[in-house]
Design a protein around this ligand. Structure first.
Ligand SMILES: [Zn+2]
Length: 128
């Protein structure tokens, strides 16, 4: 899958992981991390990730920028958000999410591993 497209090419200096078809390139930054995450067409958290975790919804916060493609997320209370590149992304814990359309969704995310929501002053789970 060699490519010169900077959206998809190997990230210099990053640790590469392939997790259930999601490609993640992780670069440390202080107590946090900068990650490029490529979600392939057809990806859906509840289908591809949920079987391996012990929660009904994705309990990570996602903060960053979608640089290519489109995603939609749905919180536990039914609230939906759509993110279309180019757009900043701020997703609270407690959501399902999926790629819209036939192109990969490429996100640049900043996280603090299990502590991301707290660091960004987000609730531990989406609510009103
Ligand atoms: Zn809501």
């Amino acid at each position: 899958m060699a490519t010169n497209d900077p959206l998809l090419a190997p990230v210099r200096g990053a640790e590469h992981r392939d997790l259930n078809g999601v490609q993640i390139d992780i670069t440390p930054a202080g107590t946090g991390r900068v990650r490029r995450v490529v979600y392939q067409p057809g990806f859906r958290w509840s289908t591809h990730m949920k079987p391996q975790v012990n929660t009904d919804l994705c309990m990570h916060a996602h903060v960053g920028f979608i640089v290519s493609g489109e995603i939609q997320i749905e919180y536990g209370d039914g609230c939906r958000l759509r993110f279309v590149a180019p757009q900043a992304v701020a997703i609270e814990p407690g959501h399902d999410g999926w790629v819209v359309g036939d192109a990969p969704a490429v996100m640049i995310e900043v996280d603090f591993e299990g502590n991301t929501a707290t660091q960004f002053g987000m609730p531990a789970i989406h609510g009103h």
